[in-house]
Ligand binder design. Structure first.
Ligand code: PMT
Length: 222
């Protein structure tokens, strides 16, 4: 891992879950801890990058020399991501963004009454797809968290979201993925893929960034 592999590169990373409010005290979310995105931010700083970390609600301390922007909801993360594009060469979406949010946020705490109730959900913006189709498009890397047919679903997302690279993460295994300290992934691009063996999220981030830095440099050279 070269300590200057990303010298002078402005990298924006999203990390953690989003929270989609139901009422003032309840929300919909997921098990992302932010560890993967924070480890990538740390490794990117070590590689010489200027790093902006857009973090959902997580209980982690920021890596040193990282500019951190805290957000709660997918809509806030989307806004922060769009605002960051003016000065962004590379965007890595490690956040587990909620695909849906409640259609309405109820103003007061919902009271218990009927035996069942339903909450109408509406689609959230797809942040990484918006980044990849933006006029100021950076080199764009997504993750795909899947519980089955991991590689084929990841390839589908690579194409559909028009990404440069996607990192396939099998989250059916609790040792790798959400809230674990370790991870094992497959990096996929148009025309190739590379499996990366089980390692700590810190170690894996260094391997991922050296692969990403090489692909980024090739993309600039062409
Ligand atoms: O945070 P940890 O506990 O360390 O766990 C790490 C992780 C499992 C969360 C991480 O490795 C991971 O896989 N992150 C992506 C999780 C996810 O939401 O995957 P997805 O397959 O649903 O989304 C695909 C891509 O689109 C992702 O880059 C995601 O950030 C992005 N996305 C998804 C929905 C949406 N509305 N906007 C997005 O930008």
């Amino acid at each position: 891992f070269q300590s200057n592999a990303l010298d002078g590169v402005n990298v924006v990373i999203t990390a953690g879950p989003t929270r989609e409010a139901i009422d003032p005290v309840r929300y919909i979310s997921n098990h992302s801890s932010g560890k993967m995105g924070f480890a990538l931010a740390q490794a990117a700083v070590e590689a010489g990058a200027s790093v902006t970390l857009i973090a959902g609600p997580v209980a982690l301390v920021s890596p040193e020399r990282v500019k951190r922007i805290d957000v709660d909801s997918a809509e806030q993360m989307h806004q922060a991501a769009m605002d960051s594009l003016a000065n962004c060469d590379m965007f890595i979406g490690a956040a587990a963004v909620a695909d849906y949010r409640p259609a309405q946020i109820v103003e007061q705490k919902i009271k218990k009454s009927a035996d069942s109730m339903s909450i109408e959900l509406v689609r959230n913006p797809d942040i990484i797809a918006a980044v990849a189709s933006h006029p100021q498009r950076p080199f764009t890397i997504g993750f795909a968290a899947e519980t089955q047919d991991v590689i084929s679903y990841a390839k589908g997302k690579l194409a559909k979201k028009k990404l440069d690279l996607i990192i396939a993460n099998d989250v059916s295994d609790s040792e790798i993925g959400f809230n674990s300290d370790n991870n094992a992934v497959t990096v996929i691009w148009n025309g190739g893929e590379k499996a990366m063996a089980l390692a700590s999220k810190q170690q894996l981030s260094r391997c991922l960034l050296s692969e990403i830095a090489e692909k980024y440099k090739n993309s600039r050279a062409t």
